[in-house]
Ligand binder design. Structure first.
Ligand SMILES: Nc1nc2c(ncn2[C@@H]2O[C@H](COP(=O)(O)OP(=O)(O)OP(=O)(O)O)[C@@H](O)[C@H]2O)c(=O)[nH]1
Length: 300
């Protein structure tokens, strides 16, 4: 996976991110920057560093930004708190949400108002007529961008039409008296820097799994869960792993297969089915609340 940043990469839909696509996404977002007040950057709370675009700082420059850690219902509560605290400690506004819960949307809008209050007050003092805050949502694939926009749009939206500097395909919708949003998100490429990050993103379901060897990923997952979330393995599969046992992996496969009544394949445990089962439970969150990285992993 080394140096994929320069070569592009693949996301879960199989979309290739080549330098040309990256340049286009970058250009489109830079264009919108001219007409917005705040960027709402969505990241997945299960891997809040790996799911951040590596070049966002350059792209949005000095625009106010709110980092929203989505899917908090699927991540480790304590770790999520630490991540929010971490981003705040380095000068960002940050919060965590479950986008399936509509009440949380008001909190996001409220936070944007708070961030922009000094700017709006300044404009008022200069005699400028009060106006709606304008925001755009962006993030890598699968972090919840469409969920966010659609939920707000379905409830309240009135299309306010094209604005100067905005192409026809990009409409701005009013979701509250004082709050407007682009109706399409900015889609950014994920980090492809190193294997650790690619692995975390694969565990979120943001990139096509088959670019990573699934059996390696399975070993990683079992080891990680045994170290940090042994209770989840016990609850979900009745499984206790002793990593010092050289046979632990085969035993884990057999155990899960038996527990979940996965039929034998030619007289042997069907390893692929076990792997598929575990990954599907990771993606849909039924495995339990897991965070795949700690804020101490941040490199930049
Ligand atoms: N449990 C949970 N699921 C969420 C949350 N936010 C989004 N999802 C789910 O995550 C999946 C991806 O959400 P989308 O809104 O399609 O993500 P996106 O960023 O628009 O993805 P792309 O279209 O690939 O760029 C969907 O199945 C959503 O229902 C959340 O806070 N909690």
């Amino acid at each position: 996976m080394n140096n994929l940043e320069n070569q592009g990469g693949v996301n879960k839909s199989g979309i290739n991110w080549f330098p040309g696509h990256m340049a286009k996404a970058r250009r489109e977002i830079s264009e919108r920057m001219k007409v917005i007040d705040i960027v709402i950057e969505l990241v997945d709370s299960r891997a809040p560093y790996s799911s951040k675009n590596p070049m966002l700082n350059d792209i949005i420059n000095q625009k106010p930004r709110l980092i929203v850690l989505t899917k908090k219902d699927m991540s480790d509560d304590e770790k999520t708190k630490q991540w929010v605290h971490y981003y705040e400690s380095i000068g960002y506004q940050a919060m965590s949400v479950n986008l399936k819960n509509f009440n949380e949307y008001q909190k996001i809008i409220e936070k944007c108002r708070k961030v922009l209050k000094p700017k709006m007050d300044k404009e008022k003092a200069r005699g400028i007529k009060p106006r709606a805050i304008r925001a755009m949502v962006l993030g890598i694939p699968n972090v919840g961008k469409s969920t966010f926009i659609n939920k707000l749009a379905n409830r309240k939206a009135t299309v306010t039409g094209n604005k100067p500097g905005v192409t026809k395909a990009q409409q701005i919708i009013r979701v509250a008296k004082d709050f407007e949003l682009f109706d399409t998100p900015g889609v950014l490429w994920p980090k492809f820097e190193d294997e650790h990050i690619a692995r975390n993103i694969a565990l979120l379901g943001s990139i096509k799994q088959d670019i990573l060897p699934l059996d390696d990923l399975f070993v990683y997952v079992m080891t990680y869960l045994t170290k940090y979330y042994p209770d989840l393995l016990k609850e979900r599969y009745g499984l206790e792993i002793d990593l010092d046992d050289s046979d632990w992996l085969l035993k884990a496969f057999d155990h899960i297969a038996q527990k979940r009544k996965i039929k034998l394949l030619r007289g042997e445990t069907d390893y692929d089915r076990v792997i598929q089962l575990v990954f599907s439970e990771i993606y849909d969150g039924s495995i339990g609340k897991v965070t795949w990285e700690d804020y101490t992993c941040v490199k930049d």
